[in-house]
Ligand binder design. Structure first.
Ligand code: SF4
Length: 79
């Protein structure tokens, strides 16, 4: 989800600051439980912390994403 938010939007002004993910990437030496983006994701839900997200079909049937809330967020962006 945070990665989706980082995609430039058509309505962004030219030269608008890059919207990256705040924080730092996870330490790869330690096993990652749940979603690797969970500590930095503003859309995370309880299961993101404890379970690796399963691939789900998005609103575009040709696109899958490993995120339980992807479709809710995409619907917000198009409405
Ligand atoms: S699975 Fe959870 S933590 Fe990972 S990007 Fe989606 S909402 Fe954020």
């Amino acid at each position: 989800m945070g990665l989706i938010d980082a995609i430039p939007r058509r309505e962004d002004a030219i030269g608008a600051p890059f919207r990256g993910l705040p924080g730092v990437p996870p330490m790869l030496a330690a096993p990652i439980v749940g979603c690797a983006f969970e500590p930095r994701c503003v859309h995370s839900v309880q299961s993101c912390k404890s379970h690796r997200p399963k691939l789900v079909e998005t609103l575009d049937p040709s696109v899958f994403a490993a995120c339980p809330v992807i479709n809710d967020h995409l619907l917000e962006r198009v409405s």
